[in-house]
Design a protein around this ligand. Structure first.
Ligand code: FAD
Length: 476
């Protein structure tokens, strides 16, 4: 009897414990991917584009090993049940998920199948350590990052070395698969994904290459460089990690190897691994706080006096706030499906604290437009900026979009790339065009209120308004 491997956000062959275990049984392996557009946290539009490409890459990697990835669309539990029946499978293997609705589906299915004569085995493929493996001395989850990271560093990843990809896969009993294109994951009219696709190449092969390139060329400068949106000094592994085209375990091992070989400094290596640890921390927060994507972790924030401002939200989404660094970030997101981390913090702070729009609106927009949209990282990061999360940035830390721009995009290269209407402005005014004398604006071809907006709020005024809102809820 065959073994079914249910693929989810683990779209890779190497270091995939569920797949490895299935191959090891010696039984025929049936690999399945299920797409449920009605599931909780179903991918947004940009992620759907990525998912299509990633599944295509996995299909062709499997085909080289003589195997088909079976695609089915619909309710997950129902489909797994049907496939088990159809193939008379003896076992179903999968790698674990961490959001409450997904944990619930998996738990119920496991109970149900195990009560029949189907064995279910589950594995960890997405995290260095399971959330319940990294706990405080008193057995509670960490709410503060630094001790969490200290413990994770001490433990290291849960596998000594990544598992090799199987050399041969065999599916004895072919069952019907749906056609990937029939899922309509990709836009056609208009094909907005054309712009995004110029920047990315989904799949396991590119994920590994991206890591190797980063370790070879950029990691030494990562410490300070990671805050510079005008340079390409971060790994851009986030969508690959989200879809599980590469595991944090593989990353850990490669970084460890590079440090041991003296290819880059330990400081650089551990700085990078600490960011991978932020991802682990977010997953722990999601696992122990299932409502993190909807509700503030600090309950007093539920009473914050937010504003209802659809016009402001629209201008923020389109990158027309009149603050160049904010607009550049929002346009980078729209054009490439990704935004630099420093700029994510700036645009999030602007939405939450300058416009007083609830962070959930920003998180929803990111969900639809990011190729790396990830419920753990997105929710935890928005709450971090909002001040309502665990170990969050204090509320009164309100990013000033002008000084942030001047500090992290000092020559304005990033702004010029994404806000071309400002490209001829001198560096001095690139982050605050409204401060430029008329003659300078005219020479640069900028007419405020015409081809570039005036600031939609005055930052100093907005800052005071946000702090006043905070004093209403403080101490509640
Ligand atoms: P690198 O700097 O090369 O880091 C390597 C990896 O570490 C990343 O790929 C990511 O998996 C992880 N990582 C890095 N920074 C963080 C962080 N602050 N929190 C959690 N994990 C981190 N990241 C997502 O993957 N998906 C999201 O939906 C997401 N939404 C965000 C929303 C906001 C408001 C903010 C401020 C941050 C968000 N992040 C999100 C975190 C971070 O911005 C991205 O992970 C990072 O920019 C991805 O680029 P990179 O792969 O080049 O990162």
């Amino acid at each position: 009897r065959p073994v079914v491997v249910w693929f989810r956000n683990d779209l890779r062959l190497a270091d995939n414990p569920a797949l490895t275990a299935a191959v090891k049984t010696g039984a025929p392996v049936i690999a399945v991917y299920i797409y449920d557009e009605n599931a909780a946290y179903a991918p947004g539009a940009a992620s759907c584009w990525w998912l299509h490409e990633s599944l295509k890459a996995l299909q062709s990697a499997m085909a080289k090993l003589g195997m088909t990835l079976i695609l089915r669309r619909g309710g997950e539990a129902k489909i797994v049940r049907a496939i088990v029946q159809e193939t008379e499978a003896a076992a179903v293997f999968w790698n674990r998920r961490y959001s409450a609705p997904q944990v619930e589906i998996d738990k119920n299915l496991k109970n149900e199948l195990s009560n029949g004569d189907v064995s279910v085995k589950t594995f960890n493929a997405s995290l260095l350590r399971e959330p319940w493996e990294i706990e405080t001395g008193s057995g509670t989850p960490y709410r503060v990052f630094t001790p969490f990271w200290k413990k994770l560093k001490e433990f290291g990843p849960n596998r000594v070395s990544p598992l090799p990809a199987p050399k041969k896969l065999q599916s004895e009993k072919l069952i019907e698969s749906e056609d990937l294109t029939s899922w309509n994951l990709q836009p056609d009219n208009p094909n907005w994904a054309k712009k995004i696709s110029a920047h990315w190449s989904p799949g396991e092969f590119t994920a590994i290459n991206t890591l190797d390139n980063f370790l070879e060329n950029a990691i030494d400068a990562y410490g300070d460089g990671r805050d510079r949106p005008d340079k390409e000094l971060t790994s851009r592994l986030s969508p690959h990690l989200h879809f599980g085209e590469i595991s944090p375990n593989q990353i850990w091992q490669s970084v460890q190897h590079g440090m041991n070989a003296g290819n880059f400094s330990e400081a650089a290596g551990y700085k990078f691994l600490s960011e991978i640890a932020w991802r682990e921390f977010s997953y722990s927060l999601l696992y122990y706080n299932p409502s993190i994507s909807e509700k503030p972790l600090r309950p007093e924030f539920a009473g914050y006096p937010w504003r209802d401002d659809p016009n402001g939200l629209g201008l923020w989404q389109r990158g027309q706030t009149g603050y160049p660094i904010v607009d550049a970030g929002m346009r980078q997101l729209w054009r490439t499906g990704w935004m630099h981390n420093r700029v994510r913090m700036i645009v999030a702070s602007f939405l939450i604290k300058d416009l007083l729009i609830p962070w959930q609106h920003g998180a929803a927009w990111f969900w639809d437009t990011l190729v790396d949209a990830d419920v753990a990282n997105n929710s935890a990061s928005w709450q971090w900026v909002a001040g309502s999360g665990a170990d969050a940035s204090p509320y009164f830390r309100i990013f000033n979009p002008i000084t942030q721009g001047e500090k992290f995009d000092p020559k304005g290269d990033y702004v010029r790339k994404f806000v071309p209407e400002l490209k001829n402005l001198p560096d001095k005014f690139i982050h605050a065009p409204w401060k430029a004398p008329e003659a300078v604006l005219a020479k640069a071809g900028v007419t405020l209120g015409n081809n570039y907006n005036n600031p939609i709020v005055d930052h100093a005024h907005a800052r005071n308004r946000a702090l006043a809102g905070y004093s209403e809820i403080k101490g509640r």
